[in-house]
Design a protein around this ligand. Structure first.
Ligand SMILES: C[S@@+](CC[C@H](N)C(=O)[O-])C[C@H]1O[C@@H](n2cnc3c(N)ncnc32)[C@H](O)[C@@H]1O
Length: 227
C-alpha cells in the first residue's frame, strides 16, 4: 500500500479551507450514519482488482500506468466476496467497472455478491491506446448486474452505451457515467463503493474518498443552486 503517491490529493488537502474541512466532516458523519441503516437500489462499484502486481494491460512492468497496487491497496475476488458488504436492496442493480481481461473475475464477483449478470452497460473509450497481448486496448467496460427486479420507476430509456472521454488520473472513471446512471434511475437511492470522491445524491464508502475532493461535486452542487 502506498499512501503517499497521490501528490495531487496531498496538495488539495493542504490547501483546503477550514469551512470545506467542516463540511467534509459533517458529510462523513452523515454518510456513516446513513450507511449503517440503509440499503440502496443502485450500487456503483469500481473494485480494487488485484492483478498480481501487473499492469492490467501489458503485464509485468507496464509502461503507462503501473500496477494498481502502486496506487492503492488491492483485493482478490475471494477477499471481496468474503469481506465487502454490498448494501444492495432486494430489487437493485449493480454497475461494476472491469477491464476486458478481467471479465470472468468481474462476473464471479457480481454473482458472489448475490447478483445476476445482465449486460455491458457502458463502454468507455479512453482516447489513447495501451499495449496489449493481442490487440491494443483502449476501452474499459462497466457491467450491470441485477438482483430481483429492475427498480421502478425508470428514468431515461435512451442512454448511450458508448462514451469517448479522455483518461484522467490513474483508475479515475469519467463522471459522465455516474451522470448517465442518475438519468436512468433519477428517483432511486444510490451508493458508490470504493469511491475516491463524494458526489451529491450518492452515499459512498472507500478508503480514499477525499482523493479528488469536491472539485467536481461542489461544482455540480453550486450549479444546481445557481439555476
Ligand atoms: C479502482 S479504485 C476506484 C477509482 C474510482 N472509481 C475513481 O473513479 O477514481 C479502487 C479504490 O478502492 C479502494 N479500496 C481498496 N480496498 C478497499 C477496502 N477494503 N475498502 C474500501 N476501499 C478500498 C482503493 O484505495 C481505491 O481508492
Amino acid at each position: 500500500m502506498n499512501t503517499t503517491s497521490n501528490l495531487w490529493s496531498a496538495k488539495t488537502q493542504t490547501e483546503r479551507p477550514a469551512w470545506a474541512k467542516a463540511v467534509k466532516l459533517a458529510l462523513d458523519l452523515h454518510r456513516h450514519k446513513y450507511n449503517m441503516q440503509k440499503t440502496y437500489e443502485i450500487i456503483y462499484a469500481d473494485p480494487p482488482w488485484d492483478y498480481n502486481g501487473q499492469s492490467q494491460h501489458s503485464g509485468n512492468g507496464g509502461v503507462l500506468t503501473g500496477g494498481a497496487d502502486s496506487h492503492y491497496p488491492t483485493m482478490t475476488v475471494d477477499e471481496m466476496i468474503k469481506d465487502i458488504v454490498v448494501p444492495g436492496a432486494d430489487n437493485s442493480l449493480l454497475y461494476m467497472w472491469t477491464s476486458s481481461p478481467h471479465l470472468p473475475q468481474a462476473i464471479r464477483l457480481g454473482e458472489g455478491w448475490g447478483y445476476d449478470y445482465a449486460t455491458v452497460a457502458f463502454v468507455w473509450h479512453k482516447g489513447k491506446t495501451n499495449p496489449g497481448f493481442y490487440t491494443m486496448s483502449q476501452c474499459e467496460l462497466c457491467l450491470v448486474f441485477k438482483r430481483g427486479k429492475i427498480p421502478q420507476p425508470r428514468g431515461s430509456r435512451n442512454t448511450r452505451q458508448f462514451l469517448e472521454s479522455a483518461r484522467q488520473q490513474h483508475s479515475r472513471k469519467p463522471d459522465e457515467i455516474r451522470q448517465r446512471i442518475e438519468k436512468m434511475h433519477p428517483t432511486q437511492t444510490k451508493y458508490e463503493m470504493f469511491a475516491r470522491q463524494v458526489t451529491p445524491g450518492w452515499d459512498c464508502e472507500g478508503n480514499q474518498t477525499n482523493t479528488f475532493e469536491y472539485s467536481t461535486a461542489f461544482d455540480r452542487l453550486f450549479d444546481k443552486i445557481d439555476r
